[in-house]
Design a protein around this ligand. Sequence first.
Ligand code: HSE
Length: 319
Amino acid sequence: MKAVKTEATAFAPATVANVACGFDVLGFALESPGDEVTVRVTEERGVRITAISSDDGLPDLNLPTNPQENTAGGAVLAYLDGEKAEFGVEMSIRKRMPAGSGMGSSAASAAAALVALNALVETPLTPEALVDYGMKGEAIASGSEHADNVAPAIMGGIVLIRGYQPTDVVRIPSPNNLYCTVIRPHCEVSTKEARGILPKEIPMKTAITQWGNLAGLIAGLMKCDEGLISRSLQDVVAEPHRAALIPGFHAMKQAAIGAGALGCSISGSGPSVFALSASREAAEAIGKAMHEALTEACTEGTLYISRLSDGAPRIVSLR
Ligand code: HSE
């Protein structure tokens, strides 16, 4: 594969993985925050990470610059190897969202790097093909090749990962008036730890409840049926085990439902918590209620509001 441009910067958004009932198979993109990655073509083969910076107000990051230990570096290495690139790259990563937040920080960097690299080559890959390389980055961060953050970070909108062998990803249409409120408590939960506490097996009854909810949520989104969406936004697989890792989780969930949310659960592996609602006004009222509940229970948090269908990656500059 040949490069036909020399430098690209791409933005890729934060994402909410699992969406309550879709553990490892469903996720959606937010409008913001997100990460930006600049990729430059070099004659020398391989990947060099020249800088990792973070926006003001974000906690200090100690992210590795060794590409094999970095989610964006690992994803780009996999792309260059897999597509037999006749060039190498230098990349600089601008973190505009906190790591360990449950909002797909590692996936946002990997997705931005892949989208930027893809803009430089003679024959760009499809977003679906990029997802496979993105998962190599996720494996570095969490020990597992899940795509429920990286697929929506690359494809935008709501994405179902129908299957993993081979990767089969599907964009799910959603009602125009659906909004997401996310609150990020100011603490960290590592995805590795949050995956480690989950049982290796679940009872048949639990599985039946979960797959009924997942099918109900997909049908509800496609039929624009708020009642069905609301009834389906229940997680009986991960939330019961992970809630204890999140300060104020039950208080925030109660506040969200009390303020009119269609549903509320953990964003990815936490500690962020998300709620869905049917208007921007409702999303804002829910955010206020969740924030108050969080600060009363224990700690500060940062609030994000986004329309569900608006989140997507984009090229910021190209030459
Ligand atoms: N589906 C993954 C998990 C997402 O819940 O572990 C991690 O952000």
